[in-house]
Design a protein around this ligand. Sequence first.
Ligand code: MLT
Length: 210
Amino acid sequence: MSAVEDFVHVFEPATRPDAPTLLLLHGTGADEYDLLPLGRALAPGAALLSPRGRVDENGMNRWFRRLREGVFDVEDLIARTAELAGFVEAAVRAYDLDPKRIVVSGFSNGANTGAGLLLLHPGLVAGAVLLAAGAPLQGREPDPVDLSGTRVFLGNGTADPITTVDQGRLLAEQLRGRGASVRREEHPGGHQVPAPVLDRAREWFAGSDF
Ligand code: MLT
């Protein structure tokens, strides 16, 4: 059985009664502290659960291996996503979290991993805010899982050279095709999170009743 110690992580309890939990997944080269400010901005008062990716790519933390930029080791992604799902279940037990009110938020490699959690472990999280995410299984068609009731916000840059906007659109299609409700924001920038996108995500989160 997985344990909460399996991943180095930060846990900040909710500061508002009945608040949801935000699972924060950092981008390549960052760590468990990187997205705490984003989490506080996105969902004020929510509990924050922020692990560190266990893959080491030349000293940079990641969530799964890649063969080169943009080309994923999909078998590794599947295995690592399962480990992360086990960690989330262990954290629910250890921190007494409501398993129906966990929302994943990630950037870049963390957003791709969040997308993997949605498609490979349906029902683990209630929703997602994924910034610069693409379709994580790359050439493979995800299983026809049921994501009805799952609410997702996607932010992608039309000039993003790393996660192309087509990848973001394909992810939206895959999620909608499995019943998820998806809100997409495209911005004219690159591999980043411009302030207006974060504002939209915050409004969307506040209106989503997690
Ligand atoms: C990934 O590897 O998940 C994406 O290419 C983005 C990155 O982390 O560089």
